[in-house]
Design a protein around this ligand. Structure first.
Ligand SMILES: NC(=O)c1ccc[n+]([C@@H]2O[C@H](COP(=O)([O-])OP(=O)(O)OC[C@H]3O[C@@H](n4cnc5c(N)ncnc54)[C@H](O)[C@@H]3O)[C@@H](O)[C@H]2O)c1
Length: 359
């Protein structure tokens, strides 16, 4: 679908066929889809901030979506999105166009994977997190019965179109949430990557275009390598969950007042401290990793007030657990992550207490 002239950015190999990401503009959907065949699911904030989109969509079918974790649920998809696809008579020759962040992506991808056993969808990611991380990887994740991302499918979009200009309207916390996932993949990769990101983190946080672009491009390339080796998360891809066991639990425990990528930042700090407690990670290495992680600590008050007695039950419900035992991606240093089954709640408790003291 992407021609060479359209600034192809990235190509990802997947079981359903390769899909590409190109750079473009969110209003230029005429270049990719035909009127009469397309159906829009658009984040309400995007419709408000970019009235040109609404104008351009005109009378074409539009579902204005409120992007919240509560709406990223099975109940919402079943009660709202799927009936809309039915009422609009979306078929396998239609294209559903999703414009929004990771939440809009997850809900749209999930519904499209179910309806008629799969209708094509096109994704315009509008947050840093979605542009640097979630847009590739095939996963659609839905919250169910208070467990985060516990339901889902593997169903990539047919294509991704990335418009960097829309990042200018992203709020600071949502921007930092994206930086959280950028830091994570760099820590998964190599000392060289971590060194480069450490040098540039100030500029990235200030949204300086060149440094931000480099961090996004590198993040996608690191993730691409992992997902192409293990699209269905049977082995090596697991390490992308670094910071996620505690992070997901923290998010849920504070009722999603801490955005995903920022909770993952705390999750990485906790994973590192547990790794120290368990003798996997040296103090020097922890400090070295922490120098980068701590640059993106945000919402410290929310984090400090989060109660461990609320966090631990969510950790026990994590989908990566094995045989009822808490499983956490721990680390022996940069680029050396591994899944450890049977992490003791006491170790989590000690680690979180230490991290909170350092905030
Ligand atoms: N499927 C995957 O592989 C995957 C990977 C990582 C994270 N996720 C999921 O992604 C979600 C987080 O995604 P997110 O951070 O993109 O959140 P999001 O989609 O909720 O967007 C965050 C906020 O920013 C607003 N917004 C979106 N684009 C904007 C723009 N350009 N300007 C101003 N405001 C804008 C949204 O309306 C929302 O209020 C989590 O639910 C997480 O679990 C999924």
């Amino acid at each position: 679908m992407i021609s060479k002239r359209e600034n192809k950015y990235l190509e990802v190999k997947a079981a359903r066929g390769s899909y590409g990401a190109s750079l473009g503009r969110i209003v230029d959907f005429d270049k990719k889809t035909e009127k009469g065949k397309r159906f829009f699911i658009v984040d309400k904030n995007i419709l408000r901030l970019y009235p040109g989109i609404k104008k351009k969509i005109g009378r074409e079918p539009l579902f204005a979506f409120t992007a919240t974790e509560n709406n990223k649920s099975l109940e919402y998809a079943v009660k709202n999105i799927l009936p809309w696809l039915v009422s609009q008579r979306v078929t396998r020759s239609s294209v559903v166009v999703a414009i929004g962040g990771g939440i809009t992506q997850d809900v749209t991808g999930f519904a499209c994977s179910l309806w008629l056993r799969g209708v094509p969808w096109l994704f315009y990611p509008t947050t840093l997190l979605a542009q640097a991380d979630s847009c590739i990887g095939s996963k659609t994740s839905i919250n169910y019965k208070q467990a985060k991302n516990i339901l889902g499918t593997f169903y990539p979009p047919i294509e991704i179109v990335i418009d960097r200009t829309v990042l200018s309207t992203l709020g600071d916390l949502d921007f930092r949430s994206g930086v959280g996932e950028i830091i994570k993949v760099h820590l998964l990769q190599s000392q060289v990557d971590v060194g480069r990101l450490k040098e540039n983190i100030g500029e990235v946080l200030e949204r300086k275009p060149a440094q931000l672009e480099e961090a996004i491009r590198r993040s996608l390339l690191i993730k691409k390598r992992l997902i192409e080796k293990d699209e269905f998360d049977m082995g090596v891809r697991n390490i992308l969950n670094y910071g996620h066991c505690f992070g997901h639990a923290l998010e849920a425990a504070v009722k999603y007042r801490i955005p995903h990528g920022l909770a993952v930042v705390y999750g990485m700090a906790v994973a590192n401290r547990i790794s120290r407690i368990m003798g996997l990670l040296s103090e020097a290495e922890e400090v070295q990793m922490q120098e980068l992680i701590a640059r993106n600590f945000s919402l410290q008050n929310e984090a400090r007030n989060a109660q461990l007695k609320k966090i631990l039950p969510y950790m026990r419900k994590d989908k990566k657990n094995v045989g009822g035992n808490i499983s956490v991606i721990l680390t022996r240093g940069v680029g050396k992550m591994e899944k450890v089954v049977g992490v003791k709640p006491l170790a989590v408790k000690r680690a979180w207490r230490d991290i909170v003291k350092e905030l």
